[in-house]
Design a protein around this ligand. Structure first.
Ligand SMILES: Cc1cc2nc3c(=O)[nH]c(=O)nc-3n(C[C@H](O)[C@H](O)[C@H](O)COP(=O)(O)OP(=O)(O)OC[C@H]3O[C@@H](n4cnc5c(N)ncnc54)[C@H](O)[C@@H]3O)c2cc1C
Length: 579
């Protein structure tokens, strides 16, 4: 049942899952398949049902920041970004960040997963095994306009009966012909890829996104759909924030997680709920890390400074933070029909909404980009020549940078675009070498932790960002764009020399909001880590982490697909433990 009143929950749960984002929704769903197990899922945020801004794919860019369904974190001043602070968004709603994200669905390369198998020494994390989970979790769904999708994806590598809908763009986008013409004109530079979710991701192809016909498919719509949430052994409690993990330190051996405390606000009543089998943290890279630290799992000395007593000393918690730096660049477009029309003209927007409501069609059915390019720099490129031997991507099948296009002014910077008609090419750096941290600021769960994304703090990251920036310019100056692309928008014309470009990058880089690795899996070769290969927290018992924070390295792509698969795999590990 879906509950808002904490006094209505039971007192006999086997599993308490914290956070109804991707990890938590999948795990709560899969564990409650066993009618003998009682599962409680606790979510700090609100219900997603009935919120048009959330369900209409086109509105994704306006779902954050500063909404009632976002957490609204801010980073510390970034040394690599000239001291700028960054807003950092996470969803605070059923479905978590999958309810506010841009829905781009990328499984990663087979190298990414095989690297995870090598790191963990557990072959079940390799591409071959995880591929079966990708098939299990997905239903490939016709696009809203039902166009012929031949040549736009490979049906043989997709699922047909899983909870999560994945689709191709469902409305014509005026950029698509230019993008694919450029690709064809320079196919050796930017090759075509039929399906970047086949294990081979390199190339430019049609974008796949978690969209079900004309609405967003999220962890909530897929894994917490009414038919699941009505299971008698599954309770989903919303608008309650978990404040601490409870441990029994009197047991023989490692301290045992026995339950959690939660409350709706700093002054509200604090409740306790017990878990007979396990507590599973799925609060995301920030939420789960914050909770571990608040509960005494972290660097002992740092915790002591803010008044938290140690349960298990582990300096790895909150370290190794990785995120993708992102740059959005703008060109003036020779059109009067880009999304800028809907951004600036309220009548046009009202018409688009009326059409969408009446037909389920039109441009509101899609997320921001019709296509995606995932590329590596060739060995003879300036970038590779000046960074000999430095390889941060998972392997030769993994991309180093990404292109996305928006038919209008798009940006993660919290400033409105100028008036006029534009097009945007975003570059995402997929294998950065900078590492950031999350640390505790206070022993109070109501005070945000300190977040440092550490963007562009290595020479490598600056070099690769500059190289990707130049490649984007090359792409946009191809002859295919003649007549449509009227030139770089005012903010770029002054950035020509490397020093000028570097200054532009430091002034404009934002997160892609893919934060990972703050509770990374241990390497089987020894050394540090926060969870083992079955995602159990080391040093304690009865506690796991199932979310984006456990990957030891960042996906070369967008993380949501990988977290769905991770949580499916983790659910089988939990089921096997208690079978
Ligand atoms: C603007 C934006 C665009 C993005 N676009 C894409 C994209 O196109 N494709 C893609 O793959 N990824 C995208 N992402 C990233 C992706 O959505 C996230 O990486 C992913 O959702 C993380 O999943 P998770 O399960 O780790 O955590 P989340 O989905 O963040 O879920 C965590 C949940 O736990 C809850 N929670 C946290 N702490 C507590 C607590 N103490 N008590 C109770 N509940 C708690 C939160 O409210 C939240 O619901 C985007 C992110 C943003 C912000």
């Amino acid at each position: 049942a879906l509950l808002t009143d904490p006094t209505k929950i039971g007192n006999n749960y086997d599993f308490v899952v914290v956070g109804a984002g991707i990890g938590g929704s999948v795990v709560a769903n899969r564990l409650s398949e066993n009618p003998a197990w009682k599962v409680l899922l606790i979510e700090a945020g609100i219900n997603n049902a009935g919120l048009e801004d959330i369900s209409i794919p086109f509105f994704a860019p306006r779902d954050s920041p500063n909404e009632i369904w976002t957490w609204n974190y801010t980073t510390v001043p970034q040394t690599g970004l000239l001291g700028r602070t960054l807003t950092y968004q996470r969803g605070k709603i059923l479905g978590g960040t999958s309810s506010i994200n841009y829905m781009m669905f990328t499984r990663g390369s087979s190298d990414f997963w095989d690297n995870l198998a090598n790191w963990t020494g557990d072959s079940s994390w390799g591409w071959k095994n995880i591929y079966d989970y990708f098939i299990k979790l997905e239903t490939f769904t016709p696009p809203a306009d039902r166009h012929d999708t031949t040549g736009q994806y490979d049906p043989s590598v997709h699922g047909t009966s899983g909870p999560l809908a994945v689709s191709l763009p469902g409305a014509a986008n005026e950029l698509s012909p230019f993008i694919f013409q450029t690709q064809q004109n320079e196919a050796s530079h930017w090759p075509f890829i039929l399906d970047a979710n086949s294990g081979n991701q390199l190339g430019l192809g049609w974008l796949q996104a978690t969209i079900n016909g004309s609405t967003r498919a999220s962890a909530a719509t897929a894994y917490l759909a009414p038919r699941y949430i009505s299971r008698p052994n599954l309770d989903v409690l919303i608008e309650q924030q978990v404040t601490k993990i409870l441990f029994n330190t009197k047991v023989k051996g490692a301290p045992q997680a026995t339950g959690v405390t939660f409350a709706s606000g700093p002054k509200a009543q604090v409740y306790t709920v017990k878990a007979k089998k396990e507590v599973i943290l799925s609060g995301g890279s920030i939420g789960s890390t914050h909770l571990l630290l608040l509960s005494g799992i972290g660097d002992k000395n740092a915790l002591k400074k803010v008044g938290v007593s140690s349960i298990f000393n582990n300096a790895e918690v909150g370290s190794n933070l990785i995120d993708h730096p992102c740059i959005t660049n703008h060109w003036v477009a020779n059109t009067t029909n880009s999304l800028d029309l809907l951004r600036e003209n309220s009548t046009a927007l009202a018409d688009a909404i009326a059409n969408y409501d009446a037909t389920g069609k039109g441009r509101l059915v899609d997320t921001v980009s019709p296509a995606m390019g995932l590329f590596r720099f060739p060995d003879n490129s300036d970038f590779i020549q000046s960074n000999p031997g430095v390889k941060t991507a998972s392997g030769p099948k993994a991309a180093e940078y990404e292109f996305l296009w928006i038919d209008g002014w798009g940006s993660f910077l919290p400033v409105p675009g100028p008036s006029g008609f534009y097009l945007t090419l975003s570059q995402v750096i997929l294998s950065p070498s900078s590492r950031g941290t999350i640390t505790l600021n206070s022993a109070s769960p109501w005070v945000f932790p300190t977040i440092d994304t550490a963007f562009l703090t290595t020479e490598y990251d600056l070099d690769i960002s500059r190289a990707a920036f130049k490649d984007a310019r090359t792409f946009m100056s191809d002859k295919a764009w003649k007549g449509y692309n009227l030139g770089e928008a005012f903010d770029q014309s002054a950035f020509q020399t490397d020093a000028q470009i570097d200054s532009y990058l430091r002034n404009n880089t934002t997160p892609a909001y893919h934060m990972t690795s703050t509770n990374r899996i241990q390497s089987h070769k020894g050394g540090d880590g926060v969870v083992d290969n079955t995602l159990k927290v080391v040093g304690v018992s009865g506690l796991r982490v199932v979310d984006n924070s456990v990957f030891p390295f960042i996906i070369e792509g967008h993380p949501e697909a990988t977290i769905y698969a991770l949580a499916e795999r983790a659910s089988d590990y939990i089921k096997a433990t208690w079978a």
